[in-house]
Every structure is written in structure tokens, then in C-alpha cells.
Design a protein around this ligand. Sequence first.
Ligand code: FES
Ligand SMILES: [Fe+2]
Length: 340
Amino acid sequence: MKFEDFWYVVAQSEQLKPNKVLSRTVLGEWLAVFRDENGEAVALRDRCMHRNSRLSSGQVCQGQVHCPYHGWVYDNNGTVVAVPAEGDDFKQLQARRVKHYETCEQDGYVYVRLTDQPSEEFEPFPMPHYQEPGWATVRVINRFRNNVTNCAENFIDIPHTASVHPGVFRTPRRQKLEMTVERQKGAVRAEYRNETTNLGWYAKFLNPKGGKIRHTDYFFMPNVTSVEYDMGPYRQLWITSQSVPETEDSTLVYTDVTYNYGIWNQLARPFIHWTAQHIIGQDVAALDLQQEVIKKYGQKFANTPADTIHTFVESIRDRIAAGEDPRLLPDQSVQVTFWV
Ligand code: FES
Ligand SMILES: [Fe+2]
């Protein structure tokens, strides 16, 4: 198994308009992404085979991309279908073709897979409750100057919330929390107990009666995290992030906040959008600092029991990096007590 076997988000479906070409980077590979005449997403290596300009700087006409330099035209297979300088002498040749990648669309996202020979056929991650009746979704996109592992860990890290998001999300008050962390089949699941209303001003809306909160965090290989808050009927919230590896220290994160607030669904939208962006902005800054230090001194962590969730995530991602299947790691379940 390798990271290239999986599907990665390259755009929201609505971002990829007809006659538009987007420039994307996934696992270091440069992509030009556009729609063909039938509206199907196309991903080509972002390199014109003529004299190596970037196709993503060109234009799309009738589902074909025109190189911005000398106007070579590529179809949805990456085959050159016109060369202006050859005029009527032009002939389509098998060898005149740029690399082309598989695409698919699901839950309002366009996905690309880099390998055409995956170790097995994975599906894109199904976004929880997306477009289900009664549920609404707010989507935000953010670039982190850090790697996927550190991003994913941040999104399911409770101990940072009091210091990075004071007031908004959680106030420090030395609350004792207990969690069960499990690693199973390439996934990590952390279930928190004793969590009450320590959610800052967000709680006033989310949990006005101060009832019991069920809070579960998930990681799914290779790059998805999900945070689930259940505070009773019409107070359910999922925050799901797909961390797309651009390069070693750049990750583009697509986050869905999907919630079921009953009659508040539409009214809550701007508030949720603002809050999500505000919180993620604080995490971008925190992960910037972390990456700066890692670049200077290397990555070496000193873990506490509260970091068990991270060591599990790392064990899974390390396996894939080594070309192995993390689902073969032994199942583990650990009880952890910590304070926040
Ligand atoms: S470099 Fe693309 S057409 Fe010449
Ligand atoms: Fe955070």
C-alpha cells in the first residue's frame, strides 16, 4: 500500500467550472484539472510536452485545454489533438500524450488518484451526513505549512484547545477527562467521557441546557479526521477534514462542518462559517510554528498519555509510508486520563 493508492480532493465540485483550469499539487505532482465536454473532471500532469509550459495557465475550450505558450491542444486523455504550427500537416500520434490521472466526484468534491495500479480499489471517504435531510454543511478550505500527519493530529487533539483557542472553544479549567483510544484496521477512534460544557461561548448555542456531551474523534487512513459532538436531538455536529498532501510541508485541508440543528440550520450557517474559519486560522498559526521548529531542529516528540491518539495515527501513516498495510497492525485499546 502506498499514499498514491488513495483518492485526494482537488476541488469542490462547484469550484471546477466549465472552461476553467485549476492548478493543484498532490504528493508533489503538479496537476492541471478541468472539465471535458461532458462535464467529467480531467486531471493531467501540468506540463506541456512541447516546450514545457504549464497547462494550468492555459485556457479550456470545449473541454480541451490549450497550452498558453504555443497553443498545443490536449483532450481529456492528455492526447495532443492540435498543434497550430503544424497547420494542415498535423497528425494525431499515440506518443504525443501527457500523463493523465483517474478522477471521480463524490459528495460535492472532485477527487484524483495518482496511481493507475493501486494495491486495491479504495473509495473516496464518504462525508458524514452530507446532504442528508435535516443536515446542513459548511465547507472551508485552508492551507497549512505542515505535513498531513501533524495536521491530522492537530484536528483531533484536545489538549491544545484551551491554549490555542481560549474562550472560543474551550477555557482552561483543569477538567479531568477520560478517554478510550482504539486503533483498529487503519483507523483510530477516541471516545471521551465526562465531557460537560467546557466549550467556551460556543456551548451557549451548542449545548444551552448543559446536558451530557458525547464526543468522539476519528482518524481514517490515510488522511481523514472526524470529530463528532452529540449533545442530544438537533444538536449534533461533525467536523470532518480531508488533509491533502501537496508537498512535505504543505497541506491543503478541506473541512466540512456538518450539523443537525433543526430549525436553526440556516440561521446558524454564517455563525458556524465564521467560527470554523476563526478556529482553523488559529490552528494554521500553531502548525506554522511547529513546522518552523521541526525544520530547524528536526522532529522529535515527547509524548504524554494524552498523545496516545497521535502515536496511533503515526503508526498507521508510517506503515503506509513504508509500503505496508496498516490494517495488519494489532488492534489496540488504551484507557487514558488527562486534564484540560
Ligand atoms: S510549450 Fe506548450 S505549446 Fe509550446
Ligand atoms: Fe485547534
